[in-house]
Design a protein around this ligand. Structure first.
Ligand code: IP8
Length: 269
């Protein structure tokens, strides 16, 4: 059967997280090259990317993760509805950078923005995955975290790339691996309870272990490393390998996607 890998590029990896709408072009180019290497081994890639500074800052400012907040005032000139449109457009702009990085290497790619095909938030969001399933071999199908429509009374909400990967990895045929490529860390780090000693890389993470779950609440509207681990275990339980690796060290994403030995964290039972 055709083999596929679901790959998530973290928003903090491909953008400068603290600087509004700034792409890390060199990182993008390197990551695109690693996708090329994976495809040379006849493995198809479903690529999901996060939002970083193209999504989280404005989504936080206008409380978009909470959905429609009646009568709320915000520290900014927009209404919530205007902010929804802006963030969707900003995500399309980031997605264009991603597609450009792929097409520069002659990698064929198509993009499916979630606000056009998905509804509601969380790992069991609604949306038809048949366009992903039926994509011709050799084409990278790309999607990303987004602001999606939700049922009343919320009206809209944030669908994280970490939720998208759960359904993509568990419902598409031929997926045997899910890889989270992250910025700033080599995987999941330990944090002995109540102790501030140096954290070390956990190479095999089981569900009952403590880990460093620090999460930049001041700018992240989704869930940081804790969400990745939680969603990763949903996928691991379906018999799919889940790895969290650095996207900033040469070859690690390729190695992880190909199932080779790699420095990082693997989820384990
Ligand atoms: O960075 C969040 O997606 P994530 C999407 O994958 C927005 O969690 C628009 C903030």
């Amino acid at each position: 059967m055709r083999q596929r890998v679901v790959l998530k590029w973290g928003g903090g990896l491909i953008t400068e997280k603290g600087q509004l709408k700034t792409v890390r072009e060199e990182v993008l180019n390197d990551l695109a090259q690693q996708i090329e290497q994976v495809m040379e081994e006849d493995i198809d890639v479903i690529l999901v990317h996060g939002a970083g500074s193209f999504g989280h800052l404005k989504a936080k400012q206008y409380r978009l993760a909470e959905g429609h907040v009646e009568g709320a005032t915000f520290d900014g000139p927009l209404t919530q509805d205007e902010a929804v449109t802006d963030v969707r457009n900003d995500m399309l702009a980031l997605n264009e950078h991603v597609l450009n990085a792929l097409t520069r290497l002659d990698i064929s790619a198509v993009s499916l923005a979630p606000h056009q095909w998905a509804r509601n938030t969380g790992p069991s969001f609604e949306g038809d995955l048949s366009l992903f399933r039926d994509a011709p071999k050799g084409i990278v199908v790309v999607t990303h975290g987004d602001v999606v429509d939700c049922d009343e009374p919320k009206r809209f909400g944030i669908l994280s790339g970490d939720d998208l990967v759960v359904r993509l990895a568990t419902e598409l045929p031929g997926v045997n691996r899910l890889v989270f490529a992250m910025g700033g860390v080599e995987g999941v780090l330990s944090q002995p309870p109540g102790v501030s000693s140096e954290a070390y890389l956990i190479e095999r993470l089981t569900e009952n272990m403590f880990f460093e779950g620090e999460h930049a609440v001041e700018m992240d509207v989704t869930g940081g490393i804790g969400l990745k681990v939680n969603r990763g275990f949903l996928v691991h339980k379906q018999g799919i390998e889940v790895l969290l690796v650095s996207g900033e060290h040469a070859q690690r994403v390729t190695q992880a996607c190909l199932g080779q030995q790699v420095r990082g964290t693997k989820l384990a039972s």
